[in-house]
Design a protein around this ligand. Structure first.
Ligand code: EPU
Length: 420
């Protein structure tokens, strides 16, 4: 397993392009299933979760061609309707094939996702919504087996705003008979991107980017081209990396509205943010101030930036609180940050961080994608050498993060090896 070796203390500087959004691609790619023929997805990031989704689509019978950042998906040969355990255990987003397979072919068999590194992460809302649309769903030997000769429009209300359930039901509804209304739908920009793509395919959707989506089912969709939106979490991670090193960087291919909550919190913590000629800039910060955050659904502070923020706050002046309301257990990074010298305690879903003057390099273990990102950030600021083990978690969700950070002046190397 590869690891990163980081010599901390370098202030980041330079300009970097933000890649396409992982979580948009993971919804756009399975949406291609809905129309027979070749769809083209631009600005697709080259990272392992996208490769896993590509393999899954190929397993279903699709043909994929992925060059530069464009993936072409030809779904005319789909003849298999099973997402096997091997894929789903690697990546929960594999469950996104359920809605489109059911919508176009009337059947799907998808391995039931298990827990994840920080908690149970159920998919009850996906399944209850599909049942309401007339699907028969059984659990057989760890697989969700879903059938529906023709899905029917339904009035659906989510108790919790869920990105995945909104995406899955939206994809199921576009080919259903009649009208589906999704109430309390997620308004994350990745869902907006998915809805725009479905519109281009011929779907009829109203209320895009609002919590009430109204979908008028159509009988057939056609392949389409779409531009994947920029990755707001990659952007937020890079801005926070600059802040934690006291550096100044500029990002291209990112819109402020995608990262507004993070930008405002960075300003509260003493950073200067500016945008000129399409470059979003963060300027060197003399002193980081303790700043509380509470994660919530978009446009709130994203849970996918919580761990990185915790790393930043560990070097701030004062005491801050980080509250995660989306995943109340998502704190696996904290014992590792403490190994680097951070002073953090956790009670229920609140981390209390007493800022320290410095962190000191050590070996630390990645446990999940964003936890790993927080360890890399801490390593960039720590004195001496930090080794972040098991960076395969990072490779799932960031496109060549070490190369990007190196281009900004960080001293970070990937060491291929077998250390666990
Ligand atoms: N939930 C349920 N039942 C469901 C679905 C969700 O109780 O059927 C709960 C979850 O347990 C959670 C909340 O609802 O407490 C929100 O979960 P959501 O369904 O929105 O999450 P998701 O679709 O599984 C996506 C991202 C995650 C991101 C969350 C929250 C993708 C592929 N994944 O997951 O991204 O944390 O939304 O914004 O889009 C990451 O990129 O590191 C990552 C984990």
């Amino acid at each position: 397993m590869d690891r990163f070796v980081i010599r901390g203390g370098k202030k980041l500087s330079g300009i970097l392009n933000v890649s396409g959004a992982k979580n948009a691609s993971l919804a756009l790619m399975p949406a291609a299933i809905l129309a027979s023929g070749k769809s083209v997805l631009h600005n697709t990031p080259k990272l392992n979760d996208v490769f896993t989704m590509e393999k899954l689509l190929i397993q279903l019978g699709a043909e994929c061609e992925f060059t530069d950042e464009v993936i072409k998906i030809d779904t005319s040969g789909i003849n298999n309707f099973t997402a096997p355990y091997e894929h789903v255990k690697k990546m929960r987003a594999s469950v996104y094939v359920l809605g489109p397979l059911l919508g176009r072919f009337g059947r799907a068999k998808v391995s039931m996702p298990g827990g994840c590194a920080w908690g149970p992460r159920p998919i009850n809302l996906h399944l209850e919504g599909l049942k309401k649309m007339g699907a028969e769903i059984e659990l057989e030997e760890g697989y969700i087996v879903a059938k529906a000769s023709k899905l029917q429009g339904a009035n659906i209300y989510f108790d919790i705003s869920s990105v995945g359930a909104t995406g899955n039901l939206l994809m199921a509804a576009v080919l259903a008979r009649g009208t589906t209304v999704i109430n309390n739908a997620a308004i994350e920009p990745e869902i907006g991107n998915l809805a725009e793509y479905l519109l281009k395919m011929g779907a009829r959707i109203e209320g895009i980017n609002t919590p009430v989506l109204t979908i008028e089912g159509v009988t057939e969709l056609h392949p389409a081209e779409i531009e994947t939106i920029p990755d707001r979490i990659e952007a937020g991670t890079l801005l926070t990396a600059a802040a934690i090193t006291g550096g100044s960087i500029g990002l291209t291919n990112i819109k402020q509205m995608l990262v507004k909550a993070v930008l405002l919190k960075l300003e509260d913590s003493g950073c200067s943010i500016d945008e000129q000629n399409g470059i979003l800039k963060i300027s060197d910060t003399e002193k980081l101030l303790a700043t509380n955050i509470t994660t919530s659904v978009f446009p709130g502070f994203p849970t996918d930036m919580q761990a990185q923020w915790t790393a930043l706050m560990s070097l701030s002046e004062g005491v801050s609180q980080v509250t995660d309301t989306i995943y109340t257990d998502r704190f696996k990074h904290i014992p590792e940050l403490i190994r680097l010298g951070a002073d953090i305690s956790v009670s229920e879903n609140v981390a209390t961080i007493r800022g320290v003057k410095k962190l000191k390099g050590a070996k630390v273990m990645s446990t999940d994608l964003r936890a790993s990102a927080s360890l890399v950030l801490a390593g960039l600021a720590a004195e001496g050498i930090t080794e972040v083990l098991r960076v395969y978690h990072l490779d799932r969700g960031y496109q060549k993060i070490e190369e990007k950070l190196r281009s900004l002046g960080a001293e970070i190397e990937r060491v291929e090896g077998t250390e666990f």
